[in-house]
Design a binder for this molecule. Sequence first.
Ligand SMILES: [Zn+2]
Length: 325
Amino acid sequence: MLSNEIIKKLLKEYEETRQRNERIHQNRLKQLYRDFPRLKNIQETLDTMGIEVAKEALKNPSESQRIIEEFEAESHELMKEQAILLTRNNIPLEVLEIPHTCPRCRDTGYLEDAGKCPCFNQKIVKYLYSQSNLQEKILEENFENFNLDIFSPRAKEGEISQKDNIQSILSFTENFVYQFPRVKKNLLFYGPPGQGKTYFCNAIAKYLLDKGIQVVYETSFKLIDILQRYRFEKGDPLAKGQYGLLFEADLLIIDDLGTEFNNAFTNTEIFNIINGRLLDNKPVIISTNLTLTELDQVYSSRLTSRIYGNFDMFKFYGPDVRWQK
Ligand SMILES: [Zn+2]
């Protein structure tokens, strides 16, 4: 699901780690050989012997077994001497080996069975977080910390209570993230501020990012800023990258739709993004403080009809609960 470019970028980081560790290793050895010239001497002897033995074994294949055994016996003695010298001076034997930041994959990102090392998966999640635009606070705004008790259990005649409404949205969204991306859905959260819409957006983003899914989160204000810079400041590489992500990310969350300065340009651009993603079967979540009637007034009917036809819609209502958290 991740683009090859991201993988390539992360593998490059591994390469840099290996090079850095190699430099650390060489510097340590230099210091060590300065302090203990005998160690340098041993290492050089081992290296030369190794090359000689390989040559000789190739020349006399029938004798190769014996040649190698002799070499092993001899090199064993030298290594023992090396080890004694180090231990006597309280130097750990590891000093002779290249250090690895991750010993499991030796900083390659892959395990011996060719599967990804856990450190690679961590790296991916970290990278996805850095690209998602989400703030630190989403670490707290997740499904585990969700507190249903702050919502009002009182119901008006013929309506379900705020609490029951939120409960059913919670079940739906938990199922949504659980099944993502096997089942793909687009969601619209609408209703007045202070009802928990942004909390839901954050909880969804966190859950999916932790699974290694690429989520990009933008307020509509920021979204328009990206679109404008992309269109009018050609050659701005940052805007180009951010613009591309709006289409490519596995999930795009647009928070607070309707707060942006709205005109024909923004209307068309927002349509292009949502329509493009629908055509590619890439989900979108929108939250807005507008009512459906207001959405119809602000946006073109081609945009709203795409939303009504393709999104699961959730109405938030009841008292403002933000102050109670
Ligand atoms: Zn690793």
